[in-house]
Design a protein around this ligand. Structure first.
Ligand SMILES: *[C@@H]1O[C@H](CO)[C@@H](O)[C@H](O)[C@H]1NC(C)=O
Ligand SMILES: *[C@@H]1O[C@H](CO)[C@@H](O)[C@H](O)[C@H]1NC(C)=O
Ligand SMILES: *[C@@H]1O[C@H](CO)[C@@H](O)[C@H](O)[C@H]1NC(C)=O
Length: 612
């Protein structure tokens, strides 16, 4: 064989097997970089293969090939972008106040700005923060919490305080709760970066992310980047295991279920997240919904093979989630008119194509971070109701954290599901539920203050000062505390001015906790702005966006009309356990305008639209 021929075969082979990409830069990896990684034994961590893109293929599990010019953009483990440049002190330390001193302790900010207490939302139900948590898991990961609870558990021990992996929260001397408890420190680990894994030589800390940045139902299809493991490869179905007559994702050794109570509670998912109950419930519902859809498709198309059934069911299930998030959840939380005005909602409900291949599938760090604001909307005591609507008890959510095995037992699933339908969420009126901020995690942590961690992470993520975001979104230059009055009430401006010496010192989360809600919506104004920005990128940057008429395997007009029938009520009616009645407007409280009705009143997709 001639040399030319060998070279040609080599090139062809290369094309067929794909190209190796660098996660951090999302560009093909150079030979010298590969050598660098090899010397550090970091090749598998920092690089990945992308098989050649086919413009007509389905959305890939790992998110690659979404953008045909930049196939790595949109893939699992490719970094987020920032709306505003990072601000750190000395490399990776939290920024300082304008006068060079330390900023106030995160716990101090939290206790000053958020009161502790119960307060019920007049309109919105517990489904609102629950679905928000699930959606966050589609674009974010809990690697830092896992690290703190499993690997690096001793950050408050005096000898570990200066460990570079630790960054515990110090409790102020005059803390309203812990003045007398003897607790002086809350465990926390430093957010993991690409630098920690040797995946970049840049100096500015770059935070890792173990998720694809598109809304593609990662919690169902690719939570740990090995989504193919959940497939049966038969009839398009996902693997299920039966327990107490119900179907669940399979249990396996990797699961993290710290609080399962042996011997009864054994379930712990292998390929799916075991974490907080609201995420668990939505994962369960969308997981079962995949198989529900695949079976309906098989009825209308008995000749379809496994691959066609799986991909079509996945595509419909993702669109179900997207449509529910955009057309049902968002209007409830952010106001329909705001969303139409920002181009997030499509008023006429038909196709729309705003795809722009220069806007890659990306997620902003700010959006990923700002969703933590929803911690202030969680009512941490779950009310339990039976199928007939009788209240049968209460269950603190914290006691079901990392306890996947609890859900299949007895009638727990029925009680939780009917509770979510009937219970209002916490009203985010500058207050937070006691359990979110003052209680511990049984057996694991004496105290866990999620909101203080959020505040601390604000700085560890190197987010720019709050006033820079105010400028970005409102074109208001803030020089003085009084300049905040278009966004924040007098009383809260006063609180901020007691905490922070200079208005530029205010942290983004502190601003969002203090703000009035956006007009027509139920969330902080800046959270609203960050969300609108991120979602507009999602719609424009995702080649597989479900409303596009010319994406690969696009829905036709009739099918898209069926997709519009997706709703939370329909999801519960399809796959919920012991669901007696539901409300049509699934994210709103039960009331005269939103009465409980039977499932027969909830529109169902006609799968005959997919008949071939
Ligand atoms: C190299 O890294 C892999 C994981 O990526 C690990 O399993 C292996 O033990 C490492 N080898 C050395 C020599 O450190
Ligand atoms: C910090 O972690 C240690 C070890 O896991 C635990 O014993 C301790 O209670 C934790 N501290 C608090 C305040 O929860
Ligand atoms: C922002 O405000 C300045 C001064 O108030 C004004 O000149 C400028 O046009 C505004 N920019 C935008 C984009 O509205």
């Amino acid at each position: 064989m001639s040399l030319k021929c060998v070279v040609a075969i080599f090139l062809l082979a290369n094309l067929a097997f794909g190209v190796r990409y660098d996660y951090h830069s999302s560009q093909p990896v150079s030979k010298s970089l590969l050598t660098y990684y090899e010397n550090l034994n970091a090749t598998d961590t920092c690089t990945f293969d992308i098989a050649p893109c086919d413009p007509n293929e389905w959305r890939r599990l790992d998110g690659s090939c979404n953008n045909l010019n930049q196939p790595a953009k949109g893939a699992y483990f490719v970094p987020m972008i920032r709306l505003l440049d990072s601000v750190y002190h000395n490399g990776n330390e939290p920024r300082k106040a304008a006068d060079g001193e330390d900023l106030p302790l995160p716990r101090k900010v939290r206790t000053a700005l958020l009161k502790i207490g119960k307060s019920s939302h007049p309109e919105l139900s517990q489904q609102v923060p629950s679905f928000a948590a699930y959606v966050l898991m589609d674009i974010a990961s809990i690697h830092d919490i896992e690290k703190m609870l499993l690997e690096k558990t001793d950050c408050c021990e005096p000898e570990h305080m200066n460990d570079p992996e630790c960054t515990p929260n110090i409790i102020p001397e005059d803390d309203p709760i812990h003045r007398f408890s003897g607790i002086r420190c809350l465990n926390l680990t430093r957010p993991q970066t690409y630098q920690d894994f040797h995946c970049t030589q840049e100096k500015v800390p770059s935070l890792i992310i173990r998720a694809t940045p598109s809304f593609d139902s990662s919690p169902i299809y690719n939570q740990f980047n090995d989504g193919e493991k959940a497939r049966t490869y038969k009839d398009g179905l996902l693997i299920t295991e039966e327990e107490n007559g119900r179907l669940f994702p399979p249990t396996g050794p990797r699961g993290l279920c710290l609080l399962n109570q042996a011997p009864k509670e054994t379930r712990c998912y292998q390929n799916h997240l075991n974490s907080v109950l609201p995420i668990h419930m939505y994962t369960l519902w969308f997981y079962r919904n995949h198989n529900f859809i695949a079976k309906e498709l098989a009825k209308v198309n008995p000749h379809w093979d496994d691959e066609t059934l799986f991909q079509t069911a996945r595509d419909i299930n993702i669109a179900f989630q997207q449509n529910m998030y955009f057309y049902e959840w968002l209007p409830a939380v952010m106001g329909y008119d705001n969303l139409v005005k920002a181009g997030i909602l499509n008023k006429d409900q038909g196709f729309r194509d705003v795809y722009d291949d220069k806007l890659y599938p990306v997620m902003t760090l700010e959006y990923n971070f700002a969703l933590r604001w929803f911690h202030t909307m969680i009512e941490a005591t779950s009310h339990l109701y039976d199928k007939e609507g009788n209240k049968v008890g209460d269950m603190p959510l914290l006691e079901i954290l990392f306890r996947t095995g609890w859900v299949p037992q007895d009638k727990n699933e029925e009680y939780i599901t009917n509770g979510f339908i009937r219970q209002p969420c916490h009203n985010p009126d500058h207050s937070i539920d006691y359990d979110i901020s003052e209680r511990g995690l049984p057996l694991v942590q004496r105290v866990l203050d999620l909101a203080t961690s959020d505040m601390h992470k604000n700085r560890l993520f190197g987010l720019a000062p709050y006033v820079d975001y105010v400028k970005l979104f409102n074109n208001i230059t803030v020089n003085d505390f009084e300049d905040l009055s278009p966004l924040i009430d007098e009383e809260n401006i006063y609180k901020l001015s007691l905490l922070y010496k200079n208005v530029r010192d205010i942290d983004l989360m502190a601003g969002m906790w203090s703000e009035r809600h956006m007009q027509g919506g139920s969330v902080s104004k800046t959270l609203g702005d960050i969300t609108l920005d991120a979602l507009s990128r999602s719609i424009k940057g995702d080649r597989h966006w479900y409303e596009r008429p010319n994406r690969p395997h696009a829905f036709n007009k009739v099918q898209l009309k069926e997709i519009r029938k997706s709703s939370l009520a329909r999801l519960l009616c399809n796959v919920g356990e012991g669901v007696g009645q539901v409300v049509k407007r699934g994210f709103y409280n039960v009331g005269p305008k939103n009465p409980l009705v039977s499932c027969s009143e909830i529109p169902q997709m006609k799968f005959s639209a997919w008949k071939e």
